[in-house]
Each structure stands twice: as C-alpha cells, then as structure tokens.
Design a protein around this ligand. Sequence first.
Ligand SMILES: Cc1ncc(COP(=O)(O)O)c(C=O)c1O
Length: 408
Amino acid sequence: MGDIGGMLRIKLSNRARQTPPSPIRKLAHLAQRAKRAGTGVYHLNIGQPDIESPEEFFEGLRLFKQKVVAYDLSQGNEALCSAWSRYVNKTLGLNTSPEEFLITMGASEALVFLFMTCCDPGDEVIIFDPTYANYIGFAAASGVTLVPVLSDMERNFALPPLEEIEAKMTNRTRAILLCSPNNPTGTVYTDTELKFLLDLCEENNIFLIVDETYREYVYDDLEPLSIFHLAPRNERVIVVDSLSKRFSLCGARIGCLLTTNPEVLSVTLNIAQARLAAPTIEQFASAYMLDHIKDGYLEGVRREYQARRDTLYQALSSVPGISAHLPKGAFYVIVRLPVDDAERFAAFMLEDFSVNGRTTFIAPAAGFYMQNSKGRQEARLAYVLERPDIEEAVKVLEAGLQAYPGRV
Ligand SMILES: Cc1ncc(COP(=O)(O)O)c(C=O)c1O
C-alpha cells in the first residue's frame, strides 16, 4: 500500500516519494498545535529574516504603473539584470555585465536549472554534509545524484581533506556545489579552500557552483568573498544568488545565476523559456531597490546579525551539555545537544513543554545530513529573532533539556 496514492490507488512516482520532507518544516504541525493551544513559540528553526524589507522595494512596487502585468523576458527583466550587475560591481568590486545574469524565481529555481543544465539523470554533484536540505529535493526533481562528503563539527565544518573529496569523484561527476557562507553550519570557507576547490574542478574538468545566498553576512574580521573575486572570468564557475535573505525579500522570489560561460547561459535559457519568466512586478521593484538602496543598509543588517550571533553563542555557552562552534557567517549554527535524539527532543519541546506559556522550536539536524545516522544529537538554530527573544529562547531550551526524559 506504501506506493499507492490515496483512495484512488493510483501509483505516485518514486521520485516524489523519496524526496525527504524539509527538516525545517517537518515538525511545523506540532508548532501549529502548540500555538492553537495558546503556547507562544520562539522560532529558532527557520531562516525567515524578521528585519524589515527595504523601503526602496515598496517604493518600487508603488512605481509600477503598467496597465497589463505581462510576462517579462525569460532571461530576466533588463533593468534588473543591469541594476544587479551594477550593484555587485559597486559593492564587491566585481566586473560583471548584465548579460551574464539569468534571473530566476529565487536561488531555488537557479539551482534546479543548474542541475538540469550541468547533469543528465544519474550524473553526480558533490556536496558537503551537512547540507542545505533543499539541495536534496532539487536533485530528486532533476534526477541528479548528490554525493556527500562529510565535514566535521569538530573541525568547525571546514572543507574536508582533498583525499576525501577526490575519493568521491567518478566519471559521472559533473560539478561540486558549495554554499558559503553556509546553511546550515554558518561556516565561511576561506579563499584558500575556494582556490583548492577551483583547482580540483580544473583538474577534473567539472563545474564549480557556489551558492552565495548569504555572501554579505560574514562576521568579525571577514569581508564578503565571492568566488568571482578569485576567478573573475572562469567559465567553469557559476554563482547562485538571491535577494531573499540579503534584503529580507524571501516572498518576492527573486534570485539569479551568474556566469561568464555563454553556453551555460544559453542552454539554461532554453529551460528558463519553458517556465516563461520570473514575476514581473517583483523584478521591477527589485531593480528600483538595487539602484536606490542606501549604501549603509547591508552593513546595518550585518551588524545586527553579528550581535544576535554573539548573544546566541554566549547564551548557549552557559548551558551545560550543549556544544557549539562560533559561526562566522549566515545566520545559523549547528549545536550538539545532550539528548538521545534531537528530533524527539524538538517534538517534546513543542508537545510537552513550556515555560510561562512559551516554548522553543529547533530544527533537528539529521535532515541536513545525507548520510543516515549522522547528526542525531544535533540541531540547527537560526538567529533571526531579536536579542532579548534569543536569550529567552535559550533559557526555555535549557529548562527543556533539564525536563526531557531522554537526556544523556
Ligand atoms: C543556502 C540556500 N540556498 C538557497 C536558498 C533558497 O533561496 P531562495 O529564497 O532565493 O529560493 C536558501 C533558503 O533558505 C538557502 O539557505
């Protein structure tokens, strides 16, 4: 009965059935139930920025005066490609041109397109475990086999040693996909690590795809680093980018892929034409925003996330039994908890525990690992709450750990 779809008993695809549910949303129904029962929930589980979207985006929306909301170009709105190119050239010192951009519905669509462009079904892409869990879904949708190389919490999730990556290369490997700054670990890969991957891709004649969704969110002494700083015109390099996190615009669904490789652009455009276009009004408003946003906007947001990271790290450090590393970027950290099973603990927090009518929602980390049995005691925390709430959320977590029957 497992493969029969509902009352109609019509078979559904293995591809869909084998796509794992998002580890972030898996327990969402328990959070809903807790809220319905009147419990307040601190969401440390999901990377939904709470900082207001820039006023310039809303101004752009108001300026949209066309009488018909028509399809835009499949490659993307021309003004947006130009504005995005100008923006990264100005803020990062790059030398991109608008024709090197292909606008997509979020980084998500860019990643699906790239899997389809770079791979035939059964071809392989190397990723680093733990990974952004939706890569697994994108790969399932496009028939790509993801090959994970384990990165270690003990080594702050740094790039695994060369021999371990090389050992995973086969004649079906088409690309290495890296996310930096990283979701879910908060690791920022160094320029040495990026160069090292670039060399490996050169040697094996494969693509290097870098997901730079969180590029500007780097802390302490770090500067935003794009792979294009290291390999400006390298045709095996493809950047995936997004406005979702950087400008708190997750719902606008605007992302892009960026490459100097004309063949990748033109073949991907064939696929993009089949879905016609990204949303017209959001592209219009995004172009206006990128051209008008104040210089200090991102720096202000970056500082706020850094302060939240410090608050979270400090709060976690005082909880007996929790181990965490100091994340250098994005707005996530993976922690190890003194529990038998982090998913069971997360469910316990939502179903059976609260302090003064509030509980804390964490994302169990096992779902971010492709290798089964990894991450069972780990959870991913996202610091997208204001600092006082982060402090309270950790206090509730600590109390929950003390009350949890499966504590180890
Ligand atoms: C690493 C990473 N890549 C891509 C995405 C998807 O972003 P978008 O909203 O642009 O589709 C996310 C969203 O959480 C992410 O964390």
